[in-house]
Design a protein around this ligand. Structure first.
Ligand code: FUB
Length: 440
């Protein structure tokens, strides 16, 4: 009974949260968003607060992707502290940034107290490797070398900025893995705390940052030059006691601008107690004609609109979702990332799924279940919406004995939110789910 009440609360949290979609990732605690647009996809790199973190417990860096800003696919861990052989620390995988240059992807990773390292990969998914086997920068006299941000100016010169409570910068050589000239410490920046995010847009230079702690908002400064002087312009998001930390990542994607940041709203569903278990959110952001930025309300007071629709007639990884509170992802060598911790009454929602005029006739999923006797209801628009199909799942013989199962689908036409509702007699760990697709 207690479990059923809890599940109802989860479902309520899910439906309430979907308008703001705050946070955008619910299966793990994520922080320090570093979005990168590459081709038609947003690659969202994040740090990772462990589920049992009290203070900062951060061991690795994660990747999520989306082509519509609302449905996100989990690609798991893309780098860990162990990728830096010179690093003695087992904690301290702090705020990263990834940038592409000449077809290579450079990941700048601070290791708290041990400088900033760089990894490189041939694809945005990795594998990322350490090409220099030492820190790229490390000012050993303090622990201020955190939160790197890198951008390449129109003349090809790359700059890396970082630091708390001061901003430092250094030029990078074209190889992106070595520095050129001295490290420069910028004059004190009004409201600046940490987490700089530097970029150039329409000829203007921007430095967004986490504003003076605590609570942190997202402030920003502008300049006519990459080396300043920088003028603090105001807040992209005002500090609010609804959160504590923040940390910006800013992109333009498919004609809109977005600010990513962080909050404790996922943790708050579970407990009012403070732990460093943060979550990434995103909101649309607008520029004025003079290049200044309009203030964005707190994440929960924004509505995240989908850019385009989601195609259900492709092979979809089950770890793709707009909302899936209570679900978890796991990884196996053979099957890659899959969805797990699936309990009776929980839901997985994808937004804006386009079934087309003809509609879907069949649903196929690759699943594993120890006990069997469970099912997935396929509903439209909400967890109480029309049932268009039901997939019954027998025992497949083991938690990783994945099998392809299908069921007929009727009445799924046009564009709808798609809600999978999990049902089972045993209440917990009903199944593991690898992928799915519809056919017409
Ligand atoms: O996530 C660890 C640290 O907390 C980051 O490096 C800071 O920006 C703050 O978000």
């Amino acid at each position: 009974m207690k479990t059923r009440i809890l599940i109802s609360l989860f479902l309520l949290a899910g439906s309430l949260a979907l308008n703001a979609q705050d946070p955008i990732i619910q299966t793990k605690y994520t922080a320090d968003p570093a979005p990168m647009v590459y081709k038609d996809t947003v690659f969202l790199y994040t740090t990772h607060d462990e589920d049992d973190a009290d203070g900062f417990k951060m061991l690795d860096w994660l990747l999520y992707t989306s082509t519509d800003m609302v449905n996100w696919t989990d690609h798991g861990v893309v780098a860990t502290l162990k990728d830096f052989a010179w690093n003695p620390r087992v904690n301290g995988a702090w705020a990263l940034e990834v940038i592409e240059r000449n077809g290579k992807f450079y990941m700048y990773c601070p290791i708290h107290g041990n400088g900033i390292g760089v990894l490189v990969a041939d694809t945005p998914y990795g594998p990322f490797e350490d090409p220099i086997e030492k820190p790229l920068v490390w000012q050993k006299e303090h622990w201020n070398d955190i939160d790197p941000t890198v951008f390449i100016d129109d003349d090809g010169q790359a700059y890396m900025y970082w630091g708390n409570p001061d901003v430092y910068y250094v030029k990078l050589n074209e190889d992106m893995i070595s520095t050129s000239g001295e490290i420069v410490k910028l004059p004190k920046q009004l409201h600046y705390q940490e987490g700089p995010w530097c970029y150039k847009r329409n000829g203007r230079y921007y430095m967004a940052f986490a504003s003076t702690c605590c609570p942190e908002g997202i402030g920003y400064a502008m300049s006519d030059s990459p080396i300043g002087p920088w003028t603090t312009m105001g807040y992209i998001m005002e500090p609010t006691h609804r959160s504590r930390g923040n940390h910006p990542g800013i992109i333009d994607f498919k004609g809109k601008s977005y600010v990513f940041g962080l909050n404790y709203d996922l943790l708050r569903i579970d407990t009012p107690q403070h732990h460093e278990r943060r979550s990434v959110s995103v909101a649309e952001m607008k520029y004025n004609e003079d290049g200044t930025i309009q203030t964005v309300p707190y994440w929960k007071d924004t509505v995240l609109e989908q850019v385009g629709t989601f195609d259900p007639y492709q092979r979809v990884e089950a770890e793709t979702m707009a909302w899936g509170y209570g679900l978890k992802t796991a990884v196996s060598k053979k099957h890659g990332i899959y969805l797990t911790n699936i309990n009776d009454g929980e839901t997985l929602t994808l937004r804006g799924v386009d079934f087309g005029k003809r509609g879907a006739k069949k649903f196929t999923a690759e699943l594993a279940s120890v006990e069997g006797g469970c099912s997935i209801e396929i509903r439209l628009d909400s967890q109480q919406g029309t049932v268009v199909g039901k997939l019954d799942i027998p025992s497949t013989g083991g938690p990783k004995e994945f099998r392809e199962l299908s069921c007929p689908v009727k009445g799924a036409k046009g564009v709808h939110d798609l809600v999978f509702v999990f049902r089972g007699k045993t209440e917990t760990n009903l199944m593991n789910w690898n992928r799915w697709e519809f056919d017409f």
